[in-house]
Ligand binder design. Sequence first.
Ligand code: PLP
Length: 366
Amino acid sequence: MKRVFFNPLEKGYFAHQEEMEKKILEVLRSGWYILGREVSAFEKNFANYMGSQYAVGCDNGLNAIVLALRTLNIGPGDEVLIQSNAYIACVLAITMVGATPVFVDVELDYRITSDALKVKITPMTKAIIVVHLYGHANDMSSIMDFAKQNNLYVVEDCAQSHGAEWDYKKTGTFGDIGCFSFYPSKNLGGYGDGGMIITNNMEYERKLKILRNYGSEKRYENITTGYNSRLDEIQAALLNIKLNYLDSMNDSRIRIANRYSTEISNRKITNKNKVLSGYESVYHIYPIEVEDRDALIKYLDSKGIQTIIHYPIPPHLSQAYAYLELKKGSFPICELISKHIVSIPIYSEMDDSEVSYVIQALNQYS
Ligand SMILES: *Cc1c(COP(=O)(O)O)cnc(C)c1O
């Protein structure tokens, strides 16, 4: 039986094996392993690529958001607006700094709108976290207008949208701070954990660098309660190599997604990605929706095709946030999506025959 894996990570490694193995040995032999010249070089290139003034490497995507919120002085007593279909990390970051998450329901195309944000504003609202989920950029023109009118900070969660653009500008460069994850399966994935924070504000850059390193700028002088959120040299060096291929890796994802969007014709399968035309996406994942999801997953599994659900339980219904007492039905659209959505394989090294096989299997599903 043919097998199509969801995202076999080793393929991205073998595509650049020689270059990366040579670099690993170079770093190992250098005698310097955390926050050194590889991290600095990667930060510089990443900022350049994104079109931002500054980039600050850190240990993962969750802590990138924590550092961003701390930099903006968000903490106890503050409310942060967050879309209800967000990945749990966004909500964890808000509660880790002691602030209160205020959920906002999304549209059927997974986006957040300023109309929905508006009704959730209170005098305690300090910031919005905008998640460019699945690699689809949000409408940053209207969100930024809304934020300015209401004097709110904007933190962009770009953990799924490396390289995605809204109106010819990269996601992460609209808000006050943009946060990235280099978890291995992301569009720009490392070989372990890693993260990055971008900003155009020099004061924020300084604070981010202090916070990621124990709250200290000068060794053993701690000016704030910081974290150990540093980036490793090996990760930075490997990510710096892969950054050179990010556009071509994204192009492959977009090519595959366009085939899915035009060639999947089964009427049982709704494909909300089509609705997003006009929105740039780098297709971190390719979600489809179907009435009887369990049956489709079982069918695809019998054809050797792996699927993953992003995400089956919205954060407000997770056990971790039961204390917020947000009952089922609080965010109907997001809850509906979570019951029917399922992601099909997409990764930059996926070949045409695999894409054809997935399309054929979906079109033959009855
Ligand atoms: C992966 C991800 C994160 C968290 O990144 P980690 O590096 O795993 O901590 C945050 N937000 C979104 C939307 C993600 O997909």
